[in-house]
Design a protein around this ligand. Structure first.
Ligand code: GLA
Length: 362
């Protein structure tokens, strides 16, 4: 059997999903594919086009992997979550193949988790709802990979719709499908600066937000206004203040961005993406100088909007461009960066596609 799970972009709404905010991601035409078959043994055998050899893991195994094997946390962690939910899982062999860059802010983690989840469900003959599956994958990422991620990536990978962006309320998981106008396209630029969210910086950002919610005694920062935050600046300290200011202002930007798209006001949409980037760079401190330089080049080359995307600390920037300029923009940003900085980046004009699925018996 074959399961296919796409990566995702996010137009706006960064580092707000774990604070109950609104996000605007979409699934894209870069995929992780899982090829699987039952093996009649009490074990899972994992292999990947990205790593050597095969990992043979007893189904009862219950501790996270480390070092070179840590990618298995995303796949086997999901198997373990179904097992721990009471499902009796038959052993299987699975090989993952991918054209989705790892550590590029395109959600290869959620794609790997979801591909594994679909294989398990197919073998069990069950079909969880997209939201239930996304939540199960998220809990595997928390408990096996050790990243306290939000729900955006797993929902986008599971619930993507062709040519649409998803507007997701991360406090209720309610999803609204918003068509992306044909004259707008997305070009992702992978800076090749690799991030590893598991190395702790992501968790530190979340911990700062948790300190702010504890101070205000609320579940999420979405329930705090900017005036309330301003009046608590001295009490919560400058770092926590700036982290919370990013979250609160970013949530407001998503609402404004969505309204701007509805009104066809692309200039306003671009301005909001620029403000998102500045806030992620200055208040949340998740950008890096390579991406800051690329964002400047992107705007000079005529992008409507450009900003760092995903967890940050490297990875990709997202550029919203006029469709008829997309391929030229992609070529030019690579050439300019090479000329000015002397390094190679990869630009991809991406299509917005449907979510993860099983593709029949093979
Ligand atoms: C990573 C996480 C998401 C989200 C983004 C930042 O991709 O997995 O839950 O927090 O970072 O918006």
């Amino acid at each position: 059997m074959k399961a296919t799970a796409p990566g995702r972009i996010n137009l706006i709404g960064e580092h707000v999903d774990y604070q109950g905010g609104m996000v605007m991601p979409a699934a894209i035409d870069r995929y992780i594919r899982a090829f699987a078959q039952e093996n009649q043994r009490p074990e899972i055998r994992l292999s990947s086009s990205r790593s050597k050899g095969e990992l043979v893991i007893p189904i009862a195994h219950d501790t996270p992997f480390s070092g070179d094997d840590s990618w298995a946390n995303y796949a086997f962690g999901v198997v373990a979550k179904y097992r721990d939910a009471g499902y009796e899982i038959a052993g299987f062999d699975v090989r993952f193949e991918s054209d989705l860059p790892v550590g590029a802010g395109l959600s290869s983690s959620a794609a790997l988790e979801t591909a594994a989840a679909l294989v398990v469900e197919e073998i069990l003959g069950i079909n969880l709802s997209k939201t239930e599956r996304a939540l199960l994958c998220q809990s595997a990422e928390h408990d096996w990979a050790g990243v306290p991620c939000g729900i955006m990536d797993q929902l986008a990978v599971n619930a993507g719709v062709s040519e649409h962006v998803l507007k997701i309320d991360c406090s209720t998981h309610e999803i609204t499908q918003v068509p992306l106008p044909a004259e707008l396209s997305v070009v992702v630029v992978d800076s090749k600066v690799k991030h590893a969210l598991a190395d702790g910086e992501y968790a530190k950002r979340k911990a700062d937000c948790d300190a702010a919610t504890a101070y205000f005694d609320v579940e999420f920062l979405r329930d705090v206004t900017i005036d309330e935050l301003d009046s608590a600046r001295l009490q919560i300290g400058e770092r926590v203040y700036r982290r919370a200011r990013h979250v609160i202002t970013e949530i407001a930007r998503v609402h404004d961005f969505s309204a701007a798209l509805d009104a066809g006001d692309t200039t306003r949409a671009g301005t909001l993406m620029a403000a998102s980037h500045s806030s992620l760079r200055d208040d949340y401190e998740v950008s890096c100088h390579e991406i800051d330089a690329l964002v400047k080049i992107a705007i000079r080359l005529g992008a409507i909007g450009s900003r760092i995307m995903g967890g940050g600390f490297g990875g990709s920037l997202i550029n919203l461009v006029e469709t008829d300029t997309a391929s030229q923009f992609a070529e030019e940003i690579v050439a300019c960066y090479r000329k000015e900085i002397g390094l190679d980046v990869e630009a991809m004009a991406v299509k917005l596609v449907g979510g993860a699925c099983i593709e029949g018996i093979g």
